[in-house]
Design a binder for this molecule. Structure first.
Ligand code: DQA
Length: 145
């Protein structure tokens, strides 16, 4: 399951110098295509609400094998999202379009990083497809072990 946090519905128009010109629909389409090419599928969801993101993580725990999540601003504030990821225990990868370490100091802190397998950021829309490759590799490794 691919989860997009607040303001990511505005991608394409939102600060394109930082986040690029790709829309969320473009990103979701690229993920679906790449997943299909590797014999997998993705379900992509976006919300501007923290509690709804927690609910989506719980749902992922019921029916997904892994989570790709860009919690957006909640990355830097949300104990609830980190706790939800910890609770469901699925392999999760944190994604950011921008390089959060090259921006304001408050963006360097991530509550979700410690509960994720890893973080991919700074590659624009490609951060998501890189995360997908990583997640599918992890799941394949698991299957083969
Ligand atoms: C972001 C980085 C966050 O700091 C910011 O609040 C976002 C987007 C990114 O993808 O680069 O909304 O998660």
């Amino acid at each position: 399951m691919v989860l997009h946090g607040p303001n990511l519905n505005l991608l394409g128009a939102r600060e394109p110098g930082i986040y690029g010109r790709a829309t969320l629909a473009d990103i979701d389409r690229a993920l679906a295509e790449r997943a299909r090419a590797r014999g997998a599928s993705v379900e992509c969801r976006q919300t501007n609400l923290e509690g709804e993101l927690v609910g989506f993580i719980h749902e992922a725990g019921q029916r997904a094998q892994a989570i790709i999540i860009n919690p957006a601003a909640y990355t830097h504030t949300s104990v609830a999202i980190a706790d939800a990821l910890r609770a469901v225990g699925l392999p999760a990868v944190e994604v950011h379009l921008s390089n959060v370490h090259a921006r304001e100091p408050f963006r360097r802190r991530s509550f979700v990083a410690p509960v994720c397998v890893g973080t991919i950021g700074g590659f624009g829309a490609r951060s998501y497809t890189l995360a997908l490759e990583a997640v599918l590799d992890i799941l394949e490794d698991k299957q083969n072990s």
